[in-house]
Write a protein that binds this ligand. Structure first.
Ligand SMILES: *[C@@H]1O[C@H](CO)[C@@H](O)[C@H](O)[C@H]1NC(C)=O
Ligand SMILES: *[C@@H]1O[C@H](CO)[C@@H](O)[C@H](O)[C@H]1NC(C)=O
Ligand SMILES: *[C@@H]1O[C@H](CO)[C@@H](O)[C@H](O)[C@H]1NC(C)=O
Length: 737
């Protein structure tokens, strides 16, 4: 906290009209307690009522592999690590339909997700229909009761279903930790525990909750496994023979449970898992080292080859990345790692000469595969269709990138894109029409003008929040900030977001029990988040050998785009922190969001016009709301201004952050520090080239989307950085370099 107090406050941009009624704090307190809290409680808990009888699923809260698989005789629930290591490879390209899942666990995870949603939907349709308006009035009438109930529960983030699963995973992690601590010499107990945390990070990765602990655990596990190998070698035992006679080589052991693996197979699995943890923590160099340790043992271990390719891509080592990804496409008979095709397409799009043989290396095998797979998909039994759909999504999407970037054949490109998404949507549970808009309207109902008592929140200006719609240019903005010697970006994991359930919970609890300490509590929470952001940065710096920042960073950037929903809570904790909103021309934003195939997770529904349009409308609506209830609080920055006038915009941003100008900011694209977002390849090129008005090439195809957003197709919100005057220029079809 000490350093927080001392930090520079040169900027006089006191961003918010604060409540002037300081002489009447008790009035504010009681208003807050009696009016606001019940509403807040309602919003947090009302949707959870169906879940009271959810019984914790034993062992694996998420038991994915049982899904739609016939249980063989003698089937037993497998230990937790099997959720992460992979089920038997499915022979997709062969004539017969796959009998089980492809080896790609990302796909498996997305299937788990769908399944869970489906279960919840079934449950809801069985349970009496909930009518929010009725609940609202009844909960208003019986405040005290709902408060007590709510008090017993835990605040949850995005609806009950997801959070129940999340809490179950946490329970599971706790008990695996206990088992590990009971017997800390047990390699498998250690691995089960670490894998469970890794699962959590992958599934709920925005918070990075277990990041540090997971990294430490895998380090221990590697040591333990190496020790085993040493012992075996001393005893002259084979290190590469698994206990399962049907598996002949280490590279095929990916389908075995950890306990069946040979020592080398186990080491490969451990190194690969470790690499993935580093990857998620943005420690890409370390990730590459781990994957390479596995590949030193078994060069054909495709999970590691594929993962190393992705890490190298992010590091901008395109030729090395291409070599790995090409190897995967050649050797991956079961198409378990079909994301390698998309990775390859991204490299080709950025630097064609990095791939030996150029686009042909990608296009020839894909054009050969597509018709076969489409045929097999059509005749596949229902239970194996999702596996095909996942692969087809990626292959068609690679072909979209090809036509978009290389042949410039807009109609062929768009045809592939649409087909890719038809397959993608076939695996997802249907979009719940209206869900996003109703979420936003709840938020609006809670955070009304005057919601924020003047005595809450920290003075700290250390965090800088970047919000905006996906693909609005936020990565560019983050890189610019990060290039200042006193500002650091902390990657994709938002500490604030990860802690949000806890923050919300604490605020609600304290407001009810002892509102007089709410100010202190919000300041404590604010300090905790900042401390954790700093720790995260320290770890990252150490792992990546970043040397640029010698002194303590004065500002830490939190880039969680969807935080546009959470500005109300940001304001509770940090009423003085800079909140930057990147705004981009609507159709450019939408097309860019649409054309990117995001890994499964929160951005699933950008691949369909209807849901994308709703997400966008909701975003616009809530941004208007914040401007209304917190006038001037959010600083808007037009992406187009950044591209056209970076020096001018950057100076004012640094000024708004309260820091002295430094020319290094304009060299943002030279910075080595890797970024793991889809924009990586673009940021490395300098200012986005595919930037402005690129949607025009697809104007015809995008017409229905434009129609769905109606008048929102115009967005004249101007950059409101203090002291900034936009440079007047016309927007060219080709972006400025
Ligand atoms: C750990 O050990 C304690 C005491 O021996 C025992 O009660 C507990 O059940 C063990 N926990 C696990 C998860 O094995
Ligand atoms: C180890 O195994 C090899 C081949 O299997 C054998 O030639 C050698 O004698 C063994 N050494 C010991 C110490 O058992
Ligand atoms: C800008 O940053 C560089 C690198 O940290 C530093 O050496 C230099 O002194 C800074 N310049 C100014 C004007 O602060």
């Amino acid at each position: 906290m000490g350093s927080e107090e001392k930090e520079a406050t040169t900027a006089d941009t006191r961003p918010i009209d604060r409540d002037n009624n300081n002489d009447e704090p008790s009035m504010t307190v009681s208003l807050f307690v009696f009016l606001v809290i019940p509403v807040l409680l309602f919003s947090l808990f009302s949707r959870l009522t169906v879940n009271t009888n959810v019984k914790p699923i034993e062992l694996n809260g998420y038991e994915p592999l049982q899904f739609e698989r016939r249980k063989p005789a003698g089937w037993q629930r497998r230990p937790i690590q099997d959720d992460l290591s992979v089920p038997p490879p499915a022979p997709i390209p062969l004539e017969s339909a796959p009998s089980s899942w492809p080896t790609d666990y990302k796909h498996v995870l997305s299937t788990i997700q769908s399944r869970r949603r489906r279960i919840e939907m079934d449950r809801e349709s069985v349970a009496p229909q909930r009518r929010p308006s009725e609940h609202e009035s009844s909960s208003a009438n019986s405040n005290s009761k709902s408060q007590t109930n709510a008090d017993k529960r835990t605040a949850r983030r995005r609806g009950g279903a997801d959070d129940d699963a999340r809490l179950m995973v946490i329970d599971q992690i706790n008990s695996l930790e206990e088992a590990y601590k009971n017997n800390s010499g047990d390699l498998f107990a250690a691995l089960d525990f670490a894998d469970a945390m890794r699962f959590y990070e992958l599934r709920y990765h925005e918070g990075g909750t277990y990041e540090k602990k997971t990294i430490q655990m895998y380090e221990k596990i590697v040591e333990m496994a190496l020790e085993r190998k040493k012992e075996a070698l001393q005893k002259n035992q084979s290190t590469s023979k698994s206990s399962n006679p049907s598996v002949a080589s280490v590279k095929d052991e990916i389908s075995l449970s950890n306990r069946e693996k040979s020592i080398d197979g186990l080491l490969c699995a451990i190194y690969t898992a470790q690499g993935k943890v580093f990857f998620m923590a943005n420690m890409f160099e370390r990730a590459v080292e781990s994957y390479s340790s596995c590949l030193d043992i078994e060069p054909g271990y495709l999970d590691a080859v594929n993962s190393r390719g992705s890490a190298l891509l992010i590091l901008g080592r395109y030729s090395d990345a291409a070599r790995d990804l090409v190897q995967v496409t050649r050797e991956d008979d079961t198409l378990g790692f079909s994301d390698s095709y998309q990775g390859l397409a991204r490299i080709l799009q950025t630097q064609e000469e990095a791939v030996v043989g150029g686009w042909d290396t990608l296009v020839e095998p894909v054009e050969d595969l597509l018709p076969k797979l489409e045929g097999q998909f059509a005749s596949a039994p229902a239970h194996s269709k999702p596996a095909y759909a996942a692969v087809l999504t990626r292959l068609h999407h690679s072909m979209f990138i090809y036509h978009d970037a290389k042949t410039k054949d807009a109609s062929a490109a768009f045809e592939h894109l649409k087909t890719a998404y038809k397959h993608k949507m076939s695996i997802l549970p249907p979009w719940q029409k209206g869900s996003e808009l109703s979420r936003i309207s709840q938020t609006k109902n809670i955070f009304t003008s005057g919601f924020w008592p003047s005595y809450v929140g920290s003075e700290s200006r250390i965090p800088i929040f970047i919000v905006g719609f996906v693909r609005s240019g936020s990565t560019l903005l983050e890189r610019v900030l990060d290039s200042h010697p006193q500002i650091v970006g902390t990657g994709e994991n938002s500490v604030f977001n990860g802690r949000l359930p806890e923050i919300r919970n604490e605020i609600v609890r304290v407001s009810m029990e002892s509102p007089e300490i709410l100010g202190d509590v919000t300041r404590d929470l604010a300090a905790k988040v900042v401390l954790e952001m700093k720790e995260r940065w320290e770890a990252l710096k150490e792992a990546n050998g970043v040397e640029e920042v010698e002194h303590e960073p004065a500002r830490l950037v939190d880039k969680m785009l969807t935080n546009y929903n959470n500005i109300g809570f940001i304001q509770m904790l940090y009423p003085h922190a800079l909140i930057l909103h990147v705004v981009r021309e609507p159709m450019d934003t939408l097309f860019s969001a649409y054309k990117h195939e995001f890994p499964s997770g929160t951005l699933d529904y950008t691949c369909d016009f209807e849901s994308l349009a709703e997400l966008y409308r909701a975003y616009r609506e809530i941004m208007v709301h914040w401007d209304k209830v917190l006038p001037g609080r959010v600083t808007h920055i037009r992406y187009e201004d950044m591209v056209n006038d970076m020096p001018g915009v950057a100076k004012k941003i640094i000024e708004a952050a309260g820091l002295p100008w430094n020319e290094t900011v304009l060299d943002f694209h030279k910075k080595k520090h890797a970024v793991n977002t889809l924009s990586t390849t673009q940021v490395r090129k300098g200012l986005y080239k595919d930037g402005m008005k690129s949607w025009k090439r697809y104007e015809k195809q995008l017409k229905p989307l434009a129609k769905m957003i109606g008048t929102l197709v115009e967005y004249d919100l101007a950059t409101n950085l203090k002291g900034y005057t936009p440079v007047d220029h016309k927007l060219e079809d080709d972006a400025v370099h």
